[in-house]
Write a protein that binds this ligand. Sequence first.
Ligand SMILES: NC(=O)c1ccc[n+]([C@@H]2O[C@H](COP(=O)([O-])OP(=O)(O)OC[C@H]3O[C@@H](n4cnc5c(N)ncnc54)[C@H](OP(=O)(O)O)[C@@H]3O)[C@@H](O)[C@H]2O)c1
Length: 186
Amino acid sequence: MTHDRNWQGCVFIGTSLDGYIAKPDGDLTWLTDPTPRPHTIGSAAHPALTWENFYPNVDTLVMGRTTYETVLTFHAWPFDGKRVIVLSRTSEGDERVQVVRSVVEARELLSYEGAGRVYIDGGRTIQSFLAAGLIDEITVSIAPVLLGRGSRLFGDLDRDVLLTLRGHHATQDDGLLRATYSVQSR
Ligand SMILES: NC(=O)c1ccc[n+]([C@@H]2O[C@H](COP(=O)([O-])OP(=O)(O)OC[C@H]3O[C@@H](n4cnc5c(N)ncnc54)[C@H](OP(=O)(O)O)[C@@H]3O)[C@@H](O)[C@H]2O)c1
């Protein structure tokens, strides 16, 4: 969090080892329903955040239009009780979300509405928020797979973004390597 805003931008996302968050056709089963295999894990003295201790502390989500459209295919809306902002130049959204057309507009809305802990989701949205210096914490869950193509988690940056490791652990069932970092403010 920086001195000129009161909310914290946080990422909690699954990625392949080679940095993809979805296959080219949007498939996510490599993450949500992986082929069982016997992963070897050790114990972690300082574990990363888990979904159970990350999500309840989030008051607002900002997601890109592609991620929003993926969520619309789910059986039920998963974000009841949370404010949801969709970043898009093309979508009108629906009654459950507020649409903003730019990161600047998102930032202003988050400040105006007194957001606290904000979950930033979607590859290009995360990249846009990172480039604007609006991400404070990143938790990645690295799945044991190489996809070779798809939607990228991270992209080009005009300078280094320094991260401080805050915790890490591996998960037994699906062999995720999870790490939580804080982002050094610029
Ligand atoms: N593995 C995971 O944990 C995980 C998590 C979330 C999502 N996903 C998957 O990842 C894929 C989506 O990734 P994605 O990279 O396409 O990202 P996205 O950020 O969800 O959506 C990209 C869209 O958001 C809008 N957008 C992004 N940055 C913007 C900016 N600076 N200004 C204005 N609009 C902006 C644009 O919408 P318009 O084109 O409408 O202008 C852009 O086309 C989906 O398949 C989703 O299911 C995976």
